[in-house]
Design a protein around this ligand. Structure first.
Ligand SMILES: [Zn+2]
Length: 467
């Protein structure tokens, strides 16, 4: 290992004709990459964390793990997993950044965090060096899905504590494209966004899949056709699984006559774009020399074979502030390692991340992922983009109610036919549901991450006791 952490050259840019930002790293033999690039970076990261993070020293001492014992990626599978809850608790015990902050305040560049909608927020403190490496990684990955210097990148997500917007911004700036940091979430902003998009004609969109569909819906109300009157050629997304849900991806691509790119891991892991599709859209590549991803079997904490399903575990390879090492994001996915037409030799997630740990709910003892329901609704012509999933309890049985809207007003006979069709298609996927067809436009739209699951079972418990 020549140098750790790496210091990317801020003046470097590939030739505009090159499909790769770093041809050697992106196309090298995977075994050689593991041995010559990933493992040395990993070992340096482990030694650094043991030296500088009280959090890992305590955890690994308790597990009898020493960084120098890790001589292979198989050895690395014995390192204990870190959970979101552990990080959260550590920050409660040692506010504000926990015992895993490895640099002094003078070295910090930015403070970000989770929204805290599900419990206490997690604080992210990011060093100046890490910001540079994140920018470099994001530029490289954005290059991989086709962004170039003459592109205008519209960033339509909130500029607050949310990593997504900032990651897209620093990647755009490092790549040398034109940043258009429009933001989102302010009253009236969607209408202004439509005006600006139609006038400035940005070529790249970043935001959530839900928001891109909402913008399109509002634009059509103004008599605009997003495919014709806007100029987007690439829309890339994170924050929601939608861009990896086949029928949602198709809807976005048809709506904008542009390609839809799925990306993203989780806030704790920035550079979060280390999971991202290339322009061929064969599923997200795992850019393993940036963030090392393992798809593991939770009964052994070891990697599953390619072709199999497991849950996501991520490890920083180049992070000086709050490094995450074997961080259990816990999202369900399947990985493969067969060739992609782009020539990159990274493994891929061919079906995206279809089971977000945070979104999963259990009905009648079965795990249900909302993305499966979304895929069914958006594959049926005539349905609008919005929906809700409501879980209630009738007597002691869970009931799953799916609320959906037709795209436009329909006669009652047609509404009944649509309801039956949706119920039948969900049933074919093993989901027994009651579909309620609402009027078009009744459900709330979102400018950020949609909250589409409403669990009312607690209400039943509070009225009826434990019965
Ligand atoms: Zn590819």
């Amino acid at each position: 290992m020549k140098q750790w952490p790496t210091h990317p050259d801020p003046s470097y840019r590939p030739s505009p004709n090159s499909p790769y930002w770093n041809t050697e790293l992106e196309t090298m033999d995977p075994g050689k990459r593991e041995q010559d690039v990933i493992l040395p970076k990993l070992q340096a990261q482990l030694a650094y964390a043991y030296e500088n993070s009280a959090f890992y020293r305590k955890k690994w001492d308790a597990a009898g793990i020493r960084p120098e014992d890790i001589r292979s990626l198989t050895d690395f599978e014995s390192v204990p997993l870190v959970t979101k809850e552990e990080i959260r608790q550590d920050q409660i015990d040692q506010p504000p950044f926990g015992s895993n902050l490895c640099v002094p305040t003078v070295d910090l560049a930015r403070i970000l965090g989770t929204s805290g909608t599900t419990g206490r927020p997690t604080a992210f403190a990011v060093s100046a060096g890490d910001m540079q490496r994140i920018a470099e990684a994001h530029a490289r990955i954005m290059w991989g899905f086709g962004v170039r210097q003459d592109d205008i990148v519209f960033i339509g997500s909130i500029f607050s504590l949310y990593w997504g917007s900032w990651g897209a911004l620093v990647g755009t700036e490092r790549l040398g494209a034109v940043a258009f940091p429009f933001g989102a979430g302010v009253a009236g902003q969607t209408l202004r966004a439509i005006e600006w998009i139609a006038t400035v004609r940005p070529t790249i969109f970043y935001g959530t899949p839900s928001y891109s569909l909402y913008i399109a819906e509002q634009a059509r109300k103004l008599g605009l056709d997003p495919a014709r009157d806007f100029n987007f050629r690439i829309l890339f997304f994170s924050g929601e699984p939608g861009a990896g849900v086949p029928s949602t991806k198709r809807r976005i691509e048809e709506t904008y006559d542009a390609i839809c790119i799925d990306s993203g891991s989780t806030g704790e892991m920035s550079p979060w774009m280390a999971n991202a599709e290339c322009s061929h859209r064969t599923g997200m590549h795992l850019w393993q020399d940036i963030v090392y991803a393992e798809i593991v079997d939770l009964s052994t904490n070891k990697r599953v074979a390619y072709g199999e399903e497991g849950v996501t575990v991520y490890t920083h390879l180049d992070r000086t502030s709050q490094p995450m090492i074997r961080f259990l994001a816990g999202d369900v996915t399947r990985w493969v390692n067969d060739p992609c037409p782009c020539g990159r030799t990274y493994p891929r997630l061919p079906s995206g991340i279809y089971g977000r740990a945070d979104d999963m709910f259990v009905v009648r003892g079965e795990n249900v992922y909302p993305s499966a329901i979304e895929d069914v609704i958006r594959a049926i012509p005539g349905f609008g983009d919005e929906y809700r999933i409501i879980i209630t309890r009738e007597r002691t049985m869970d009931e799953l109610i799916v609320q959906a809207e037709p795209a436009r007003v329909v006669e009652s006979a047609e509404a009944l036919r649509m309801k039956k069709e949706l119920e039948a298609r969900l049933q074919a996927r093993g989901l027994r549901t009651v579909v309620q067809l609402l009027d078009p436009g009744v459900l709330d739209r979102t400018e950020f991450k949609a909250k589409r699951i409403i669990d009312r079972r607690d209400l039943y418990e509070s009225i009826h006791g434990d019965g």
